[in-house]
Design a protein around this ligand. Structure first.
Ligand SMILES: [Fe+2]
Length: 231
C-alpha cells in the first residue's frame, strides 16, 4: 500500500513541475508538461492562496490545490488529463481530498455537463451521441466520472474551479479567460452560456464570502474585468 504523503507547498510544487516526488522525470510522463501549463498552475496556486486568505481559509492548502489541479497534463493535454492527474496523485500517495481536484476543477458541482463544449450526458444519463470525445477511455474511468456528482465540493475546490477561469498563464480576469476558453473549447454556445452562468454565480458567492470584489483584491485587473464581457 502506498504511504500517505504529508503534502506541503514545496512538495506540491515538485509534483507539479516533474509529475513525481523527487524532481525526476515522472515514469508516467511521456510528454513533459508544456511551459505555459506550468506557469498556469503556479499562477492558479498563487491566486487561490490570496483568495483563500481573504476568505479566512488556509492559504497553503489553497495553493496546493491550485498547483496540483492540472498535473495530469504531464501525461496528456487532452480530456484525459483530469482522470490521469487524479489517478497518478493517488499512486504517489496523495490523499483523495487533494487528488480529486484534478477531476473536479473542470465541472462545477460535479455536473459533467457544466464544462465547456457540448454536453456529455443527456437528461436520462445516456451519453450524448453528438460528443466525439469523452474524458474517459474505459469502464473504470467512466465510473469515476459518473460518481463525480456524489462528491462534495469544499471551499478549496470551488476556489480553484473559479481561479482556473481567471488565469491563463497570468491572472487575466474572469471574463477574458472565459472568452478564451469558449474560443478554445466551445462548440455549443448554449453550453458555454450554461457553464459561464454557473461560474459567474460562483464568482459572486466567493466575492460575498471575501467581502470585497476581485478587483479590490487584485488591483492589476482592469476596471470591471471580473464580470463584464470583453466582447
Ligand atoms: Fe487549469
Amino acid at each position: 500500500m502506498t504511504q500517505k504523503l504529508d503534502l506541503t507547498v514545496e512538495l506540491a510544487k515538485t509534483i507539479m513541475l516533474f509529475g513525481s516526488l523527487k524532481g525526476e522525470k515522472a515514469r508516467w510522463g511521456n510528454t513533459p508538461m508544456p511551459d505555459f501549463k506550468l506557469e498556469h498552475c503556479k499562477e492558479v496556486g498563487r491566486v487561490a492562496r490570496v483568495i483563500a486568505e481573504a476568505c479566512g481559509l488556509d492559504g497553503d492548502k489553497a495553493e496546493i490545490f491550485g498547483l496540483l489541479h492540472d498535473v495530469g497534463c504531464h501525461q496528456d493535454m487532452s480530456a484525459f488529463h483530469e482522470i490521469d492527474g487524479y489517478k497518478r496523485l493517488l499512486e504517489l500517495g496523495v490523499d483523495e481530498e487533494h487528488a480529486s481536484i484534478c477531476l473536479k476543477h473542470t465541472y462545477l458541482n460535479g455536473d459533467l455537463n457544466c464544462g465547456n463544449g457540448k454536453p456529455l450526458l443527456l437528461q436520462d444519463g445516456s451519453i450524448n451521441p453528438e460528443r466525439t470525445s469523452f474524458p474517459w477511455r474505459n469502464k473504470e474511468d467512466e465510473e469515476i466520472f459518473r460518481n463525480l456528482k456524489n462528491r462534495v465540493y469544499s471551499d478549496y475546490d470551488y476556489i480553484v474551479c473559479l481561479v482556473d477561469k481567471m488565469v491563463s498563464e497570468k491572472l487575466m480576469g474572469f471574463s477574458e479567460r472565459m472568452d478564451e476558453l469558449a474560443v478554445r473549447y466551445g462548440k455549443d454556445l448554449s453550453q458555454v452560456k450554461y457553464h459561464r452562468q454557473n461560474c459567474e454565480r460562483l464568482l459572486l458567492g466567493i466575492e460575498t464570502k471575501m467581502g470585497c470584489t476581485m478587483q479590490d483584491l487584485f488591483p492589476e485587473l482592469r476596471s470591471g474585468a471580473a464580470l463584464e464581457s470583453s466582447k
